[in-house]
Design a protein around this ligand. Structure first.
Ligand code: NAP
Ligand code: ZN
Ligand code: ZN
Length: 367
């Protein structure tokens, strides 16, 4: 394949102030090319809460310069001679929050050989602020081009638009996998806490998986109407209903919590679970989870667990479900040039429910 005749440029965070809308446009060095790689001309990239945590070094020191964005959709413009999945130049693909793992085979890495690369304990490369197996640094999708190992680039079904597919690649799969894994479906009552990017997907998937009842737990009633339009069967506004925890106690089998604040009412959330209920934390606060009293767990044999994004196989399965059930995320498209404004608005909670950046170059399909 030809050497790249394009430049890798994007919005770079240079220090924690970048999270305040201070990213700078500039060039970056993609990972050293391998024949298992693809180069992607980016058309769309969703804005995930994790982009903000990373820009501000919220989870620990970020390796600046950092180009965030891990809900990437675009067109393959270069494919190595050993790509996986039969990818070819011209294919429309998506890349989520992970773009490399140890690549081990059976006996070497149980996770990578069983389609659970997201839980690889040897090497997990985030699509940005990470290091590839060959030593290159990872840069994300607020950019014109991305270079990633082909195993982590997934074909997008024709019936899903690029703008709608983009946020599924992280926000979508992060809620899809725990719902699927913990059996959200007929006979189950599911709670989704926080109606943001992840939370709105949680609601849409729980409905698509045919859970008996899906309850949205939000801070205020501002999003009630939207939640009901998305299919919610009930809605709890925790800041406005003083008695909410008692009123809705023992009603849910499974909760997926997307909240990223340490000040969340954790014990009250747990009280919503029935005996043997499961609480899955996916939101990742900078300062950890609040302390809880042990009896919140002891009295009802409650399980607290977590879940990390999804593997390429999970992403494919989710896209299939989205195509079959015509799951439509609620997105707002914003030109790439306005990325700084968009992250500030995202941090202020204005997204309804996911911002998707798009590149405006002529000739790029905006399907
Ligand atoms: P988001 O769109 O900002 O949504 C977060 C939602 O949490 C808000 O819409 C809000 O919902 C609720 N919330 C925010 N602050 C709150 C507070 N102080 N108290 C109670 N609720 C609050 O962000 P996102 O993109 O969905 O990401 C959410 C979190 O998931 C982030 O921490 C992100 O890093 C993490 N994440 C984790 C994974 C993983 O693999 N585990 C993957 C992707 C993202 P209401 O307005 O309805 O209250
Ligand atoms: Zn994400
Ligand atoms: Zn591995």
């Amino acid at each position: 394949m030809a050497e790249a005749d394009y430049k890798f440029e994007g919005w770079l965070g240079l220090d924690p102030s970048s999270a305040n809308g201070n990213m700078q446009w500039g060039e970056f060095e993609p990972k050293p090319w391998e024949e298992t790689d693809v180069d992607i001309k980016i058309t769309h990239c969703g804005i995930c809460g994790s982009d903000l945590h990373t820009l501000r070094s919220g989870w620990g020191p970020t390796m600046y310069p950092c180009c965030v964005g891990h809900e990437i959709v675009g067109t393959v413009v270069r494919a190595g001679s050993q790509v996986e999945g039969g990818l070819r130049v011209g294919d429309r693909v998506g890349v989520g929050a992970q773009s490399d793992s140890c690549r081990g085979r059976k006996g070497d890495c149980e996770q990578c050989s069983s389609g659970q690369e997201n839980y690889c304990q040897k090497h997990h490369t985030g699509t940005y602020n990470g290091v590839y197996m060959n030593g290159g640094k990872s840069y994300g999708g607020y950019a014109l081009y991305a270079r990633v190992p082909s195993r982590f680039a997934v074909k997008i079904p024709d019936s899903i638009s690029s703008a709608e597919a983009a946020p599924m690649l992280c926000g979508g799969v992060t809620t899809y996998t725990p719902l699927k894994y913990h059996g959200a479906g007929p006979g189950k009552s599911v709670g989704i806490i926080g109606l943001g990017g992840l939370g709105h997907f949680g609601l849409l998937w729980a409905k698509a998986l045919k859970a008996d009842k899906v309850v949205v737990v939000s801070r205020t009633s501002a999003k009630r109407e939207d939640a009901l339009k998305m299919g919610a069967d009930d809605f709890i506004a925790t800041d406005e209903e003083p008695d909410w925890a008692r009123k809705h106690a023992n009603t849910l089998d499974l909760i997926v919590c997307t909240v990223s604040s340490t000040s969340m009412p954790f014990a009250k959330y747990l009280s919503l679970l029935k005996l043997d209920g499961t609480f899955v934390q996916v939101g990742a606060p900078d300062d950890g989870l609040p302390a809880i009293n042990q009896f919140a767990l002891i009295m009802k044999r409650i399980k607290i667990t977590g879940s990390l994004i999804g593997s390429p196989a999970d992403i494919k399965e989710m896209l299939q479900l989205a195509a079959e059930q015509r799951v439509k995320p609620w997105i707002q498209e914003i030109p790439m040039k306005d990325a700084n404004r968009a992250i500030v608005d995202m941090a202020a909670g204005k997204a309804r429910y996911r911002y998707v950046l798009y590149n405006e170059q002529p000739g790029v399909s905006r399907l």
